[in-house]
Design a protein around this ligand. Structure first.
Ligand SMILES: Cc1cc2nc3c(=O)[nH]c(=O)nc-3n(C[C@H](O)[C@H](O)[C@H](O)COP(=O)(O)OP(=O)(O)OC[C@H]3O[C@@H](n4cnc5c(N)ncnc54)[C@H](O)[C@@H]3O)c2cc1C
Length: 318
């Protein structure tokens, strides 16, 4: 018997959220006194998982592109072969897509947006965010099989000592009625989902020609760039950068919002970020109420100054 963690990767590299899922899986496995098995797709080396508490890696190679129905079926097969009654996934778009399908396959209880270890194992009760991170709920799962999806950046990375065994698992192949014709991948240097720092711009930046300073600030901080919905709707930035209720969720350690008013739909997507810095010329902008640090000022003065100061600081501390 083991806890099964679904490990996401991109071009052979493990995602940070996947290492967090492994860390969380290990902590629950310790509570239950059992091992952790990871399912990976198309990995040749996933040994890093051993240092996050995984005991055994089962790698599936016979599907190249993500397909929720097929992935859910293969995860089910591994869960059954490992006798896993508890499966843990991240809160990525792909995981949110496949988790309900997996719940049907396994006849399991599924809880999303989990932010902490179970309060109780019997009955199994977990803390989750509700109402776009404005409240918490404590959800009890009574089904014997359970699936949890962990909110990004809620548990953190916890290293432990250990080595994971690696084996290729050949599932019974299944077909899907969803045909993937092409895949367009965002070419962000740092992906928003995995970024520790996100620099985000809004309509206050007036036009796409002014994004140079956003990119420069992001480059100095090693950050991902993001934007508000109108900015991507206007075509100033790609839709892959749109964050908020209808865009990507952000759970970074630092979120810098520049020229963004702080509408409720924007805040819904960035509430889980740990520290929020707001730069806005209007002292009454609603975003200041949600900010940890606020700078009232013109972005065209503040941002270049900030870049200069950060560059000087980096040079002095190199
Ligand atoms: C169903 C629905 C879903 C939505 N989903 C999303 C979503 O997912 N994400 C999202 O972002 N929005 C979403 N919206 C839109 C949302 O309601 C707001 O309209 C949007 O977030 C506003 O974007 P903004 O802050 O960039 O622009 P604005 O509201 O125009 O704000 C611009 C801000 O820039 C400031 N500013 C102006 N000039 C400067 C300057 N020189 N220096 C510094 N600051 C300056 C202004 O004071 C202002 O606060 C949604 C709306 C609906 C109805």
């Amino acid at each position: 018997m083991s806890v099964l963690v679904y490990i996401e990767s991109e071009q052979g590299k493990l995602k940070k959220s996947a290492l967090e899922v492994a860390s969380y899986g290990k902590a629950i496995a310790n509570q239950l006194g059992i091992n952790v098995t990871a399912i990976t797709f198309n990995m040749s080396d996933a040994s890093e998982l051993g240092t996050y508490g995984v005991d055994k890696i089962m790698n599936v190679n016979n599907i190249k592109e993500f397909n929720a129905k097929i992935y859910a079926n293969y995860i089910q097969q591994v869960a059954e072969s490992e006798n896993s009654n508890l499966v843990i996934l991240s809160s990525s778009a792909n995981s949110k897509y496949l988790a309900p399908l997996l719940a049907i396959n396994l006849n399991a209880g599924y809880v999303s947006n989990v932010v902490a270890l179970p309060n109780d194992l019997t009955p199994f009760t977990v803390k989750c965010t509700a109402f776009t991170n404005k409240a918490f709920s404590f959800t009890e799962i009574n089904a014997s099989k359970k699936i949890l999806s962990l909110s990004n950046n809620s548990f953190g990375l916890v290293q432990s000592t250990g080595n994971a065994t690696f084996e290729n698992f050949t599932p019974e192949t299944v077909t899907s009625n969803v045909k993937i014709e092409s895949v367009d991948k965002a070419s962000d240097q740092v992906s928003i989902a995995d970024a520790d720092v996100v620099v985000s711009g809004g309509r206050g930046l007036k036009g796409p020609e002014n994004w140079g300073m956003i990119e420069e600030l992001a480059a100095v901080l090693g950050a991902a760039t993001a934007c508000s919905k109108p900015v991507s709707d206007l075509g100033w930035r790609p839709h892959s950068e749109h964050v908020g209720q209808t865009g990507k969720p952000v759970a970074s350690n630092l979120y810098i919002a520049i020229g963004i008013s702080g509408a409720i739909q924007h805040l819904a997507g960035i509430n889980s970020s740990k520290v929020k810095v707001v730069i806005n010329s209007d002292p009454e902008a609603p975003f200041f109420k949600a900010a940890d640090y606020g700078i009232v000022g013109d972005a065209f003065d503040v941002v270049p100054t900030l870049i200069q100061k950060l560059k000087t600081f980096k040079a002095q501390n190199a």
